[in-house]
Each structure stands twice: as C-alpha cells, then as structure tokens.
Design a protein around this ligand. Sequence first.
Ligand SMILES: Nc1nc2c(c(=O)[nH]1)N[C@H]1C(S)=C(S)[C@@H](COP(=O)(O)O)O[C@H]1N2
Ligand SMILES: [Mo]
Length: 328
Amino acid sequence: MPTDRQSSNDPITPPSLYFNRRGILNAGIALGSVAATASAYRWFNPVTNVNHNAGTVVATNDAEESEEQRLAKGWLVREDKTAEKYILNYNNFYEFTTQKEAVAAAAANFKTEGWEIVVDGLVSKPATLTIEDLHNISEPQERVYRMRCVEAWSMVIPWVGVPLSHVLEAVEPTSNAKYVAFETLLDPERMPGQRTRALEWPYVEGLRLDEAMNPLTLLATGIYGKSMPPQDGAPVRLVTPWKYGFKGIKSIVRITLVAEEPPTSWNRFAPHEYGFYANVNPAVDHPRWSQATEQRIGESGRRKTLLFNGYGDQVADLYQGMDLRKFY
Ligand SMILES: Nc1nc2c(c(=O)[nH]1)N[C@H]1C(S)=C(S)[C@@H](COP(=O)(O)O)O[C@H]1N2
Ligand SMILES: [Mo]
C-alpha cells in the first residue's frame, strides 16, 4: 500500500514482472515436491486430524456437504487456485520488509513456538489460547477464498482455519461489545521491519462485531494444507475475503472486544485513502488509482473487480442503508 511513487509496492508495477526472476522460479521448484506430498496425503485421507507440529493443518470439512452447498456459502469459488509459489513469494508484511518479493526470505526464520493469543475486553470468559486451543474450539476447515489487495492485485487462496465466530462464542462477548480489535506481535528483534517507521507498530485492525461473527470470517492457521508460512502471517492471521487484503492482519497476539470503533493501521497512516470498512468496491476508487479492475496473479490480462469481492450474497446485508462511498 504505497503512498509514494518510489515504493517497490507501487500498484502500477505489473506483478507479473516479479515472477520472471530466477529466485522465485527456484523457490517454486523447491516447493513443488512438498506440495505434491501434501495433496496426495489429503487425497487418501480426506477427513483426518490436525498435526500442527509436523507442519500440516488438515481441514476436516463436513463430508456430507456438497460442492454446491460450499459454493453457495462462499466457502469455495469456481476459479483456479493461485499457485502456491505465488502465494508464498508475493506478500505484504511490513514487519519484515516493504518489498513483496523479499518477504519470504526476510521472514523465513520467524519463530512461533509457544504462540499465545489473548482474547479479552468486553467478554465474560477472557482466555489465552494456543494454536492447539483454537483447533480444539473448532475443527479447522478449508475455505477457498478470493483475496483482493487494495493495490489491485488478487489471488485465490485455499486457507485452512477456524471461524472467528466460534472463538468469540467461546469467550462470550458481553452486550456492550460492538467491535473487535486485533493486534500483531510487537517484537522488533523478531520483526526487524518494526525498527523502521514504515507504519506505527504494532499493526492493528478491527471489525464490527457482526462482521466478525459472519461465517466467512476466518482465523487462518494454514494454506494449502500446511501450517501458516511466516510470510503469510504465521501462526494465525485474519481473513475477511470481501474486504481489501490489509484488513487481514497477520501474526495475531491479541483480540479485544470493545465498545467503540478501534483504530486501524492503514487508516491511521492515510485516513483519506484507507477507511475502517475497506469493503472491496469497484465503484469507489482509491484517490490515486482505480479499483474497477484487478490483476489476478498468474494470469495475463485484467479481471473486473466484483462488489464485495463477489461475496455480496453473504455480506451485503451487513451494510444495508450505509453509504459505501462515505464508509469506504
Ligand atoms: N501485521 C501485518 N498484517 C498484514 C500486513 C502487514 O504489513 N502487517 N499487510 C496486509 C496487506 S496490505 C495484505 S494485501 C495482506 C497480504 O497477505 P499475503 O501476503 O498472505 O497475501 O496482509 C495484510 N496483513
Ligand atoms: Mo494489501
């Protein structure tokens, strides 16, 4: 999310240019054999348990559920999944570096053993949860979602994770809880980008409580059946597929139920460019670029951007009567 034209993240730089570089191609080849093993495993074991330590997070989807049902809920899209090499090598994660193609290397040694998430604020049962606790609250499910960055590139990502609603139900929000605030780890030793002033640290995000409770909203702990890679927000990050990618806060350490709209990192940085809602909307342009179309990573040509990123059936009700130009 650049605010100056010199940034390596400038939205006018065609993402395809990055992928012709040797390093990315090599990384793709190295990952190939791992990916093949993981998908073979899923093929023979469609319903199984979680083994996070072994680096896998296997989704336990309802075997009774048809593809049609999953499509109707928005849990699956009828579009090609983005290749894993792109998901793993084209990232925004300013805690490590602002250069998308360098995040994977910069984050490679990020240690997440013993990770805990504090869930507190306006709740009856505050809790400190490990990743295992999350998986015990709710069995991980696979969700194949579109992901649209405000910089006008997009992917289709097979996440594995736990609906946020199940976690919030477990802590019992009180009646005055109206919003949910999220916070990324603050540790400049482990996240060297936090020694720069690229953003104010820690990265913070927020949702209205009804958005947080929507069945699409996921706490993701894996991608392509493997535990969350560092560059994508290990060990747990938020996914709200109808919103711009920056709402998907990575490496979460705290979730706090609050009464007022919480501050959010990009809104703080440039309030006229990035709003609290950040719903994908082709009719509301960013002040410095159009949101009408997008570059699907790995495709040539551009696609039309869809209102709510194509999830209107699932989320349009949340915004009934709201002026989406005002609440951008
Ligand atoms: N903590 C944190 N979360 C973050 C970011 C970040 O810099 N720091 N970048 C955001 C942006 S702009 C996008 S597009 C997505 C990118 O997720 P991905 O790298 O897994 O595709 O993460 C979001 N979450
Ligand atoms: Mo983004």
